[in-house]
Design a protein around this ligand. Sequence first.
Ligand code: F6R
Length: 607
Amino acid sequence: MCGIVGIVGDRPVADRLFDGLKRLEYRGYDSAGICTLDEGDFDRRRAEGKLNNLAAVLADKPLHGTTGIAHTRWATHGAPVVKNAHPHIVGPVAIIHNGIIENFKPLRAELEAEGRTFESDTDTEVVAHLVAREIEGGAEPRDAVAAVLSRLHGAFGMAFLFRDHPGLIIGARHGSPLTVGYGEGENYLGSDAIALAPLSQRIAYLDDGDWVVLTRDEIEIYDKDNQRVEREIVLSGASAASVEKGNYRHYMQKEIFEQPIVVAQTLQSYVRPYEGKVALPDSDLDLSSIRRVTIVACGTSFYAGMVAKYWIEQFARVPVDIDVASEFRYREPVLEKGGLALFISQSGETADTLAALRHAQEEGQIIAAVINVPTSTMAREADIVLPTHAGPEIGVASTKAFTCQLAVLAAFSANLARANGRMSEEEEADLVDRLQKVPEIMNEALDHDEDIAAMAHLVAPARDVLYLGRGPDYPLAMEGALKLKEISYIHAEGYAAGEMKHGPIALIDDAVPVIVLAPSGPLFEKTVSNMEEVRARGGKIIFVSDAEGLEKAGEGCLATIEMPKAHPLIQPIVYAIPVQLLAYHVAVAKGTDVDQPRNLAKSVTVE
Ligand code: F6R
């Protein structure tokens, strides 16, 4: 992962590089560093941990210089300590790097055999040595980089600074994204348009295999065959304003409470209330020709996809295959030409999902993508983009992007059902009516915030927590467990309620809270039977249901949370809220870093 930013400028760069790092912190935050060229030599500051540590180092020893590179790290090779923080400097070369150099071991052995010594445990330092070796042998920087790139395997984005060439940065991309920004008497390089937003809105996205030479006055782009190429300059539209927390304690909390608004915003693109119709925005896709849908995603986005599998099969009667992206790509899936492959991603940059998307493209699939960041690589590479309008999601744990994904997927399922003659005009009009009311119902669910906060102490001391659900509540159970794990560090598992008796029931005792998601409806009685199995073994239940469900089975539970009753295509959007709030309040009770939990990053750009 990691974030990259570089400026070849005509005025001091350190503050602006630091601002770029703040915008890139979502890519990793276990260490950071900046290197500038000052009076003919490199000057570097690095710090372990969050960016405020680097800020303190910079305040103590400011950096000068008008050209520099900066990096925020998510460790792959080497612990998150200062010696492994980027930039790495070897002789006349400084480098920052995002991604993994897969063949770094033989390269390092080759360099060590020549007597070269290493200061870090990273794969990155190998590249610095290789380029330094070329330059020390007399090569010009661009020839040195071109020669070294041909020896590297893996996915990477990188930027180089050269001690003896002030006013020069070279960048390269293979797999990981890299963007250049055009300025006046300055030019910029960054992992994405968001990093560059305050610097320039005129940007070009590098293609895979491209490398780029930046000086103050010019940007020269070369392709993988070292041929000079032009890449289209576009207006990025990425917002330069930083997103504030407002009166909320955490971004995650703010984002949970924004959900009624952003889901309404998203649905506006998918619902025509006056006609009583659902519709996909700007798409020529003939839905009636779709015989099978293949859904691929990671993490929370994958759980949104699992909910969609239930919906698409139940309402449209179209078969759905679903995979986590890291498995899909390598298991040689059988894909019929012309099939629809649906990718779901908040960031649009997740390396596994992107690789899976490209694989499906090669296999002749029509590529649709449910994406939150419109400037992302996936949004640019998909045939059809189904946007979510959640706005920037800053909290590492995904919340509002998830419910917006569900809103889009509900509309997609309804469209498919209608195209297949499985939904009548009346049913469609009724659904549109109900979708219009989703924000209102979500607000009702959010009204339980204080009750849920008061329950946090029931879960916070636990070592293990089980979440149970059936049908679309099964993926929601897994989503609830994921949220709890990632921000409170409590081990949690989401299980299909009926599957509990096949193993996890052995875990049940009075120290393992069991959170049961069971709206009244056809599956209710079955889930309640599983809940009784828990109760019979002394298990402590937190029961989430509607008034009817609580009336029937709420007695004797450790705690209950009442949700409004909703249409099946809406209910998972509503039930997402209590699981998010519970995880949030448990994390607050435990005093963890809610917005930037340990070991995680918002955008996962390594495989
Ligand atoms: C969990 C979470 C992650 C992401 C996953 C995919 O709260 O945020 O599991 O859902 O890394 O990310 P995107 O959706 O950006 O592809």
